[in-house]
Write a protein that binds this ligand. Structure first.
Ligand SMILES: [Zn+2]
Length: 327
């Protein structure tokens, strides 16, 4: 199995883990298994030269993790407005992740975000960028969200919000950003919802596969937070929309057949009380299932800094073929 890991270093301005702490966790991980790539964000002021040199030395690709339609409180963007005229309320997961969403249609928003992201990291120290929150807000903000944005811009420009309109809009907006980063010779990876949830947030896999290096569909089976399957599926169910859990083995096989060359399946491996209570046993069970489906690359999400040692060691054992079947 090939592994990409994800590190959440903090919000843009507030550091959760410093360079030293990150380097020591990377060493711990590398003592158990090799990584193909590292995705890191959003804290702006780490010592990226140290990280880049480490990655170069060990043939690891470094991707800058960039939220697009969310988390830009400092930018004064025009907000996402509900049909009743209220501004979308953020979903605060932690002090460093607020799931605010701006209007995805307004070109002024896109210009401001693009400029901010371009100045965000020293991209000379990165091999690629990983774009996140490239979507409409999801049902967890309430069912009004499905009707789309009713800000002045959207109303004046008659922006439609059917599922396929949303998909086209997000694609066109994000394609502009993708072009900007491609011009800087950076590789592109995308954070996307699990397939059964795609249409509710304006996303698609098919539109992207020939334009990016990889797509990371988030198959978070244990996460009770945004993008987590149980969390999003329950929120839809509360509004009368029934989305079934995919039967994993078969579902993964289909994903692999359709998207193999671009697919890096996202699964959670961090342990966060009440939010993502993972275990080494479950992690290995998932890895075996994914492996049997033919999928060859996974993204261990979403924060390698919050992963217990036993989880890291379990993957090491899995890679060495030592992990007993009955454990
Ligand atoms: Zn709008």
């Amino acid at each position: 199995m090939k592994y990409t890991i994800q590190i959440h270093s903090g919000s843009f301005e507030s550091c959760a883990f410093n360079t030293q702490e990150i380097m020591s966790q990377l060493e711990k991980i590398r003592s158990q298994f090799e990584m193909e790539s590292i995705i890191i964000g959003w804290y702006k002021y780490l010592d990226f030269k140290v990280l880049y040199d480490y990655c170069e030395e060990h043939a690891i690709e470094l991707y800058a993790w960039l939220p697009v339609f969310s988390e830009h409180d400092a930018l004064d963007l025009s907000p996402f407005v509900l049909k009743n005229g209220e501004i979308l309320k953020p979903y605060r997961l932690s002090t460093q992740e607020s799931f605010t969403f701006c209007c995805p249609s307004n070109p002024e928003n896109m210009d401001k975000i693009t400029e901010a992201l371009l100045n965000h990291f020293p991209f000379g120290y990165f091999h690629g960028v990983f774009l996140d929150r490239i979507r409409y807000p999801s049902i967890i903000h309430g069912k009004e969200i499905l009707e789309g944005c009713f800000c002045t811009y959207c109303q004046n420009n008659i922006i439609m919000h059917s599922d396929s309109d949303k998909i086209k809009l997000i694609y066109n907006q994000i394609q502009k950003l993708v072009r900007v980063f491609k011009n800087k010779k950076l590789k592109i990876g995308l954070d996307l919802f699990a397939e059964p949830l795609l249409k509710y947030v304006g996303q698609s896999y098919d539109l992207w596969v020939d334009h990016v290096v990889f797509i990371k569909p988030m198959y978070y089976h244990y996460t009770h937070a945004p993008a987590g399957l149980p969390f999003e599926i329950n929120a839809l169910k509360k509004e009368g929309i029934i989305v079934n859990y995919p039967e994993r083995r078969q579902h993964y096989k289909v994903l692999n057949e359709k998207y193999h060359d671009f697919l890096r399946l996202g699964i959670e491996w961090n342990y966060i009380e009440h939010i993502a209570e993972t275990s080494p046993t479950q992690l290995i069970k998932d890895l075996k299932e994914i492996n049997e489906s033919g999928i060859s690359h996974i993204v261990l999400s979403w924060n390698a800094m919050l992963v217990p040692n036993e989880h890291i060691e379990a993957i090491g054992e899995f890679e060495r073929g030592n992990y007993e079947n009955n454990r």
